[in-house]
Design a binder for this molecule. Structure first.
Ligand SMILES: [Zn+2]
Length: 298
């Protein structure tokens, strides 16, 4: 069995999975910026020991998906906004010392991409892109079964490619990133409501301003997908994250935008499909981080 760790801004989840992605045991605890790294590590260790005991199999290795930035090549955590004291923690070394098995670490969006590729929406896709649209927009690219990495193991930031240079300023420094225009908070802003979900519900109920906001969201989403398709022409783009649960509201506008913007590539061959792993995505992804890590070990 494989140990899986998902470290997020508000919670840490740990599980034991078998080789088919089935969760044998799991635990969850709150994280947050006030959690010191020593206590966080102790928490992760104890949850791994507990779930391993409960599942009862032999631990082969441990995979971790963590909110970024992380360095997958050294297994070290970067300057994570939600976990300020954790920077520089050599997480995979700590896990290897405690459990005497190999451990691998990836950005959580890359982990989710690997999970969807193996056990979800990306099965058999040679060119696969996973996109998650929620508080922000992130994703991972997997070509021929291997996670695409930038120089020095860097994680490509697909949420920060520019859709409209005259758009709002983003914390990353640019103006009009995909994330500033099409994330959940952006949709809430377009619809002048407190959440993306409220806008979607109002649009379903026929509210004209919410319907306009949803049209705009579909257009911005469509522009981003069109860019990804023009650049990579993947077999599959899997759509995850809370906003995508309302994808039926944006679908027509997305399709229209693809037809308008992808004139030189066979865009209709790219399947835009919902992510399939749902609440298990993060742990499944973390388990795949170890499976892929032990295969390719780079
Ligand atoms: Zn940005």
């Amino acid at each position: 069995m494989i140990g899986a760790v998902d470290i997020g801004g508000t919670k840490i989840a740990v599980g034991m999975l078998d080789r088919s992605g089935r969760i044998l045991a799991r635990r969850e605890r709150p994280s947050g910026s006030e959690l010191p790294v020593e206590r966080g590590l102790a928490l992760i260790f104890s949850m791994l020991h507990e779930t391993a005991d409960e599942a009862g199999g032999e631990l082969e290795g441990i995979g971790v998906g963590c909110t970024g930035p992380v360095d997958p090549l050294t297994g070290t955590l970067g300057r994570i906004q939600f976990l300020p004291g954790w920077q520089g923690c050599r997480l995979t070394s700590e896990l290897q010392n405690e459990f005497v098995v190999t451990a691998f670490l990836e950005n959580d969006a890359d982990a989710a991409a690997l999970g969807e590729l193996a056990w979800g929406a990306g099965r058999d896709a040679k060119r696969f892109i996973y996109v998650t649209v929620s508080t922000g927009i992130g994703g991972g690219l997997v070509f021929d079964g291997r996670l695409y990495r930038g120089v020095d193991g860097s994680h490509p930031e697909i949420g920060h490619h520019v859709i409209d240079p005259s758009g709002p300023h983003c914390f990353c420094g640019a103006h009009g990133c995909w994330e500033t225009l099409a994330s959940g908070p952006a949709l809430a802003e377009h619809g002048r409501r407190s959440s993306a979900l409220e806008v979607c519900q109002a649009a379903e109920a026929g509210d004209p301003s919410a319907r306009r906001a949803v049209e705009l969201e579909g257009w911005y989403l469509g522009l981003g997908f069109a860019n990804l398709i023009n650049l990579f022409v993947p077999d599959v783009i899997a759509l995850g994250g809370g906003v995508m649960r309302s994808r039926h509201l944006f679908w027509e506008r997305i399709q229209l935008t693809l037809r308008e913007n992808c004139g030189l590539v066979p865009f209709e061959k790219t399947a835009l499909v919902p992510a399939q792993l749902g609440p298990n995505a993060a742990l499944a992804g973390a388990a795949q981080v170890w499976i892929k890590g032990s295969q390719f070990n780079d």
